[in-house]
Design a protein around this ligand. Structure first.
Ligand code: PMM
Length: 313
């Protein structure tokens, strides 16, 4: 109880089940534990926090973000623009207005925050507000402006694969071999980043499950993860509640609804943690932290990724 006593008023009132942690300063990506990291998803978008006005939205988002932070998220990923194919694009000013107060509050509470944005101007403001890394879903459409910002600031950069925005009426991308093509396209983006002055240590790769990819492409990528691992950079996987899990669990010709995909997500989290991926981007933070702990125990490591000899691999 000492850590709780030492931190009066720092934990949110998030209910009796919440496991509180002592206050911290936000850790940079390379200071986080050496086991699979849990990145909690915080979408500050109209459809996720739409009750009340702007201020109420920010308050609700901060509460949810703090609940994830105190509930075991190593990182909270804050985004202000929906990536759904039919979502209205959000201008950078509105995006920044939505997310900056949330990022400031979470960073002040010691959460390591990443900002999910394609806009370099939003990314810059978010880094100034306390974010430690940029999570960019632009993929092959990565801009020179973003690459220059990451080089200049030395911030972490999550490079997610995508072939660009897809409207629901567009045909999906075609892959001969999804794992090989995704790996080759990510490697090309890494070369662009390095040419702009970004260090490899700043970069995390993500195959972008569901972004221009059919269910089978996602499974092929997960089965062929070695292709991405061969690039030699840490891997983040975002499978949480995605449509390919709904399709896998379909019954009566209907996909399993989005709210009933957490068990499948947790199964994948455990398997990916056992494989040693750098991180998983998830909605259910507490469940995922438990799944990672189980995988670590089975691999003979403790919850911080230390082996029986106390050393990290
Ligand atoms: N997926 C979504 C949004 N951002 N970022 C990364 N790095 N990886 C992902 O897989 C990813 C992402 C879309 O999912 P959501 O609507 O559940 O946030």
């Amino acid at each position: 109880m000492d850590s709780l006593a030492a931190a009066p008023g720092t934990g949110p009132n998030t209910g009796p089940m919440m496991r509180l942690r002592a206050p911290q300063t936000p850790k940079k990506l390379n200071e986080l534990p050496r086991r699979t990291l849990v990145m909690g998803i915080l979408n500050v978008t109209e459809d996720s926090f739409s009750d009340g006005g702007r201020h109420a939205d920010a308050d609700a988002a901060v509460r949810h973000g703090l609940a994830m932070h105190y509930g075991g998220a190593d990182i909270v990923d804050v985004g202000g623009e929906s990536t759904r194919p039919d979502a209205e694009p959000v201008d950078p000013e509105t995006e920044a207005e939505r997310i900056l107060p949330v990022i400031r509050a979470l960073a002040k509470a010691g959460a390591s925050v990443t900002v999910d944005t394609k806009n370099a101007s939003t990314a810059r403001a978010a880094l100034e507000a306390g974010a430690v890394a940029v999570n960019d879903v632009s993929g092959n459409l990565l801009t020179d402006e973003m690459a220059a910002l990451i080089a200049e600031t030395g911030a972490g950069y999550i490079l997610m694969h995508s072939r660009g925005p897809v409207k629901s009426q567009d045909p999906s991308a075609q892959y001969g071999s999804a794992p090989a093509e995704v790996a080759a396209e990510l490697a090309e983006c890494v070369r662009r980043l390095e040419a702009a002055g970004v260090a490899r240590e700043q970069i995390v790769l993500d195959p972008g499950l569901g972004f221009n990819k059919e269910a089978e492409d996602n499974w092929d990528i997960l089965r062929g993860l070695g292709e991405l691992e061969a690039i030699g950079l840490p891997l983040l996987i975002g499978a949480s509640r995605k449509r390919f899990l709904g399709r896998l669990l379909a019954s009566g010709g209907k996909d399993r609804p989005v709210g009933e995909r957490d068990a499948a997500t947790l199964a994948l989290t455990a398997l990916l943690a056992q494989r040693g991926v750098w991180g998983v981007r998830v909605h259910d933070v507490e469940g995922s932290a438990d799944a990672v702990a189980v995988a670590e125990a089975l691999s003979g490591r403790d919850r911080d990724g230390r082996g029986r000899d106390g050393q990290r691999p």
